[in-house]
Unconditional design. Sequence first.
Length: 256
Amino acid sequence: MSTETAGAADKLPLTGERTVPGIAEENYWFRRHEAAYLNLAHHCAGAVVLEAGCGEGYGADLLAGTARQVIGLDYDAYTAAHVAKAYPAVRTVRGNLAALPVRTGAVDVVANLQVIEHLWDQEGFLLECHRVLRPGGLLLVTTPNRITFSPGRDTPLNPFHTRELAGGELAGLLRDAGFTVEFLGGLAHGPRLRGLDAALGGSIIDAQLEVAVSGEPWSAQLLDAVTSVASADFEITSADDVDVDASLDLVAVARA
């Protein structure tokens, strides 16, 4: 089932904690997250995948297109029920990420996209990910880059985030949990989005934040820009090619 079909049929409310497809004003963030799923999906080909923190479920459904099986895990009962109904290709389980309800060595891939920044015990969670992965299994992680997401702050701007990470901090946590970091990179605006930034006189992100803070209605120019964003408008590059600390989101692939 496509995200457009599922989202239209049975939308979850937009709370600010999770990204929801099918909402025009949310399209920039949805496509930004979708870009990471599309970039990482090849790691899930033929695999048993646990998405730890599946949220609305669109990402787990996307991964199910290549995986042998996708287990979508979320703590919220209403969210888990939505995923089970909207995305039948995903096996949905309700559970706590602090103690994953999965046998040791039972999965090939753990996907954790835009979730770790919400967790209080990030170290313990990564140890749990290592436990449930088979030897040599992969952990896929994306998370907002602390340096650009909450610049100059000790605490996150987003009230739903407990702790944001810079690239070196994420890599250190992964190594301390027993993983080998095979890829550390960053997601950034591609050429077309950089053009939109220029047309808006600054940043499409800042323009959206200004509307959210001020309570002013969306301008036609901003709404047109946001709704035009596609996942292909973002690019992911490795630390060898770009300064990861300048990226919007961190992207890591680590092996157990």
